[in-house]
Design a protein around this ligand. Sequence first.
Ligand SMILES: C[S@@+](CC[C@H](N)C(=O)[O-])C[C@H]1O[C@@H](n2cnc3c(N)ncnc32)[C@H](O)[C@@H]1O
Length: 285
Amino acid sequence: MDDYVELRGLIAEIDEDGLAERLSGWPVLGILVEPREADRASVAVWIRAGDPYLEERVAGIVTGFATGGVDRSAHRDADWAAAWRASLAPFEVGERWWIDPHPDRATDAPPGRLRLAIEARAAFGSGTHESTQLALLQLERLGCEGLRVLDVGTGSGVLAVAADRLGAAMVVAVDTDRVAAWEARSTARRQTWSCRPLIVAGPVGCLVGVAFDLVLCNMIHSELGPLLGEIRRLTAAAGRVVLSGMLACEREAVETMLGEEDLEVRAEASIGEWIGLTAAPAGAS
Ligand SMILES: C[S@@+](CC[C@H](N)C(=O)[O-])C[C@H]1O[C@@H](n2cnc3c(N)ncnc32)[C@H](O)[C@@H]1O
């Protein structure tokens, strides 16, 4: 049994709005118009299968606008997200990382690299974005052996598991998005070592009575600003703060915000227009 029907044809580009308007009263699943040569456009209209009356009427409307014939094809529903995930290939980040998007069919990391199984799902942090990569680059430079690490805005959990993989003594990760916290727990469970970060769904302000040697935060600078006070409060006197998620043109503004919290920039990394900063409490060794 097919799930949906696709009707495809060519129309004059000028008729695009007219066609959409004529179809607006019908329960179509979607319309895609793509420009073609000579002021013509390819149009695809999708409707659910199994309703001959609906199909006849919608096909009649599309045919009325088509400059040639209308092709009909019927399809089964597919999990496009799963198909897309299956097509992804593992990739290298920095000097140390091997990001494998397939937790269930592990590939061997190239020599000298550490495999992180990060499935591309609902939370940000598949490892492909420059901001995530800049945080990973800074992590590999700093190392985590024996450190207490806090990951603020953990998303997929990618930075939390990376810190755990580098031998952190303790990893706490927070995210105000409950879905992200759920995904991060799933990411931790899917590593090949015993990866046990403490993942909290909630604001960073809920952490009290603890200081961290390394605080990681990949957030755009407007989100980072209101959190910097809490981040500073949770950073040990000799600790480091790894920031990512900002553009080179925002550097000055971020540095000013850091200065207001008595934090100073100690190192910088960049990929394209994105930058990452490592900061420390002023005067820390
Ligand atoms: C850009 S993603 C970073 C994900 C991952 N850490 C990475 O580096 O790829 C930012 C995450 O911060 C979370 N977030 C935004 N505001 C937050 C806040 N005030 N406290 C905690 N998490 C927050 C978002 O839900 C999102 O998952």
